[in-house]
Design a protein around this ligand. Structure first.
Ligand code: FPP
Length: 225
């Protein structure tokens, strides 16, 4: 088993990449999907157990409708083409975020994909969709209150979408932007953060491997000396 248990990624820069290539932002999103596949291969090879990918935030609804629809279609296409592969490779897909608001057809595919892979054990991909960390925390507090439990760290952990995962060891953000964008704010309290200046479609297997290797050389104190 790898000492790296959980990697979380903010895959930023697709839109700018598409425009830089004198094409559309959506062209960049499609290229971003190829990077997802490459990063998946390395994650499996390195025997990392959890990979959380930020694919659509609660704030992304502010984008043009055409781009939102493109992203949903791309996700559908990805799941339709790849779900058998994920299943065969013992990979579990879990959606984190509020998927109730998505188009019915997409919800059906998401539910089916989660169901088909729910017993898988090699790698769990948490796909963050309509995800926002502040909403997640408010929901957790509401659940704790409803169950008449104490507000403490353990109960908060247990009522987040990520209740079944260890906290991320590593957070990577591509796209040359140094912010957290409402992503896993509770869970990354002790994560090592890597900001990468490359746009997501340009992020390579080698870039990813270098980060994983760099992480292994860091002495993590968790507050001690
Ligand atoms: C951020 O780039 C990226 C997104 C909001 C979508 C992420 C989607 C993918 C990587 C492809 C689809 C993935 C799956 C798993 C189906 P941005 O558009 O904010 O880029 P910008 O900062 O250049 O505008």
């Amino acid at each position: 088993m790898s000492p790296i248990k959980h990697v979380a990624i903010i895959m930023d820069g697709n839109g700018r990449w598409g425009l830089k290539k004198r094409k559309s932002r959506n062209f960049g999103h499609r290229a971003g999907l190829s990077t997802v596949e490459k990063i998946l291969e390395v994650t499996i090879k390195k025997k990392i157990k959890y990979l959380t990918l930020f694919a659509f935030s609660t704030e992304n609804w502010k984008r043009p409708k055409k781009e939102i629809i493109f992203l949903f279609n791309l996700l559908e296409e990805f799941l339709i083409n790849k779900i058998d592969n994920l299943k065969k490779n013992n990979i579990k897909l879990k959606i984190i975020g509020n998927k109730k608001v998505f188009p019915k057809k997409l919800i059906k595919i998401l539910d089916k994909s989660e169901n088909m892979t729910r017993m898988n054990k090699k790698l769990q991909i948490n796909l963050a969709l309509n995800y926002g960390s502040k909403d997640e925390l408010i929901n957790a507090f509401k659940k704790i209150h409803k169950k008449k439990l104490l507000i403490n760290k353990k109960n908060i952990d247990k009522n987040l979408y990520t209740s079944d995962c260890p906290n991320p060891d590593i957070l990577i953000r591509t796209g040359d932007t140094k912010r957290l964008s409402n992503f896993l704010l509770w869970q990354i309290a002790y994560a090592e953060i890597f900001f990468v200046n490359k746009l997501w479609p340009d992020f390579t297997k080698n870039n990813y491997t270098l980060i994983l290797n760099k992480f292994l050389k860091i002495k993590r104190n968790f507050g001690s000396i």
